[in-house]
Ligand binder design. Sequence first.
Ligand code: ZN
Length: 657
Amino acid sequence: MQSLWRDDEAADYRGDLAQRVYTSRLLGRDKSLVLHGGGNTSVKIRERNLVGDEEDILYVKGSGWDLEFIEEAGFSPVRMAHLLKLAKLKALSDPQMVNELVTHMTRASAPAPSVETILHALLPHKYVDHTHSDAVLAVTNTADGPHRITEIYGDKVAVIPYIMPGFDLARLCAGLLPEQSGKNTIGMVLLNHGIFSFGATARESYERMIQLVDMAERYLEKHRAWHLQPAAGAVPPTTQPAEIAALRKSISQCAGSPMIVATLQNSRTLAFVRRADVATVSQQGPATPDHVIRTKRLPMAGRDVEKYAQSYQAYFAQNTQQGKEPKTMLDAAPRVVLDAGLGLCTVGRTVKDAAIVADLYTHTMDVIERSTLLGGYKALPARDIFDVEYWDLEQAKLRKAGKPPLFAGEVALVTGAASGIGKACVDALLARGAAVLGLDIDGKITTLHKRQDFLGIRCDITSREAVIAALASAVCAYGGLDILILNAGVFPGGTKISALDDDAWRKVMGINLDANLMLMRECHGLLKLAPRGGRVAVIGSKNVPAPGPGAAAYSASKAALTQLARVAALEWGADNIRVNTLHPNAVFDTGIWSDEILSSRAAHYGHSVEQYKKNNVLQTEITSRDIAELAAETCGPLFAKTTGAQIPVDGGNERVI
Ligand code: ZN
């Protein structure tokens, strides 16, 4: 491991706090040191306050900030004098401690200080850095971890036995550090947890961290426990969408709400899940308490969710009997699944959560494999892990969490998603918390949104192979399919039947009708496995109840599509899949309607453009967003008992009414 410090970069960060920002970001850049808000750093600064008094302030990383992207505002300024007084108390509960930290800051808008704040205050050094380095954990999480740490570091570090983060840990470190400190001491190893370094400058503290971690890496290398090879001859699996969707359904039922399941099938994860000893090495526990909340206590090996839930309930019952305070059991569903056929699957209420679990577990795999090469991975006893998983502070966070969005944990597919009504449907679904697969023949779909919960794939929906491949990608990324919005369609220019040639007719039928039949058929198996039941919204047309001359192919295709949707509603009701159709009219904010075409059509009817747009009973303009919002709502609980319906969204049409 090498220092990323650069004098030219560092020169842009002027002042003690700015230097703290710079080296915190350097730590955050290395994912083998800290991940997703893990780790913390601090600096002690003497300041003059508003009334002219000098005070020592501890600037410590605030919760909710990631070291990689932290700014000065991400550090919570806490008064040192009060922290040192608190440290003298015999006991301090976590909720009390959080209250004391928050009420002794000098900036009301600052984030809540880290739970390791008092520990930072007690260390008699200006700068303090703390990480959960993979290499250090690989050494400490072994049976003879403490001896190995002494062998590596000698008197360079103090060694602190495991204790839960918080007040007691701060007290323990404050007691042990002076006993173990000498002139060579530059850090502190917390067994089964992580490592601290400290120094007089930001650079010194940071580079000591790098030096200490590098020593652990070299030790692992010397013991042939550093380089990890993917298993030779590992055969990559072919994704089985139906198997993943079935697993997601069981997990969602166990969790009590729909969950995202992300599947990772690279050579590293496959090598790990196919280890002969995976059932034992994976069942020892997490590498550091920092991972427990998101990954849960243990991964599920295989796919038996019911068995996993039973063992989780037993673990909860056993540990609460011994505990003093009553706890509310979290859902018993796994967050990590290791399956020889599927690879590594990670579970979360959102795509982001599932991705975080994937990152954490990928690093856990490295730690486990290296510890195993050193002689055996050994995590904390279940009781210690339980204390972290059911920490007061975490339980309080859960109580505070608001109502989830309507489609949280659900997955939707929208066709014709790059523009017009389809694009608006993507927005409506994302806004309601769904992960969305957008398909379009236009390549701009791939860059429509840059976010983890959107997957844009260029796809000709008349190609079965292309649709199947796109579905497989979505299931691999998100775990299944809950909502299908059939929107893609073409509207050719006005042609009378007398002039309508066969090819033009077939082209319209091919896209507006045949492709949708194929899509429905290919999606049916997945929709059947939707945890809350599948939902289909079909974008029809006012032309179905009220056709116009010159649009024979379009009107006939949409009429046939509507009939197809009605039959699907009948056939799929028993599978708990609802199918409803919307009939929009005169939606002019789509790609087809340029200003020129609009004014020429308006002129044709002797209207102004304004009048032409609002030519309906309610005299109102219909937008893509109007259609999309209603399409999304038909997939929500308001329409839970409606299927086979046809709903006009046309401002009221005299020929339809
Ligand atoms: Zn920590």
